[in-house]
Design a protein around this ligand. Sequence first.
Ligand SMILES: C[S@@+](CC[C@H](N)C(=O)[O-])C[C@H]1O[C@@H](n2cnc3c(N)ncnc32)[C@H](O)[C@@H]1O
Length: 217
Amino acid sequence: MARERWGSLAPTYDEDHAYISGTDMVRRVQRWLRVQVPDGEVIELGCGTGLYTRAYAPRARRVIATDISQPMVDFASGRLEHHENVAVRRADACRTGLPSASADAVVAVNLLHIAEDPEGIVREARRLVRPGGRLLVVDFTSEGLPVRKVLSGMVRVLRRWGPMPQPKGARHLDLARLRRLVCEAGFEDVDARLLVGEAMDADVLVGRAPGRPTGRG
Ligand SMILES: C[S@@+](CC[C@H](N)C(=O)[O-])C[C@H]1O[C@@H](n2cnc3c(N)ncnc32)[C@H](O)[C@@H]1O
């Protein structure tokens, strides 16, 4: 279900996303990722068109960007082909098949609040991150926005994408729930905060896998 729905949006996703969420917030999240992503091995879950991958890829030694939707993977592959350190693969974020403890950072942008199994995704992220490595989560949210802004956001979604049925299991994740989810999966030193935008806000979270970094990140 997620696969077909998101895949059909791939050709216009970037423009629609900026229209719905505000270009100011897209840029702020890109800047945040450029600061947070380490110079190391990065795995991205639910990369979509690679809009955010492109922003931080020059900082990373190597990136494996994954998405469940083949049209999204095809779009991201084309966009990122000039980045020699980036490989794009189709994978379910709950079971990527990538080796355990192989990443200095796992990135998930706008994935957890639309996914059927956010717990499964965070558990998979925990498996993938090396000791001392980071989980970086971004989820755009209307949490705390005035009703007028929430309603105009809903109108913008409807105009571009029509009704967006939530997958079974998907649920609203506010900052506290996001933090709990990540702590329960075994991440430590969790720092979760809200970036405030003109049209929409974003929850941003950094968690650290227990243990000392191996010196590769
Ligand atoms: C809202 S889009 C976000 C795309 C991108 N991260 C961004 O912020 O521009 C959600 C993406 O997650 C992907 N997705 C949904 N469920 C997934 C899953 N279980 N595993 C991997 N990708 C998934 C969809 O195909 C879609 O590309």
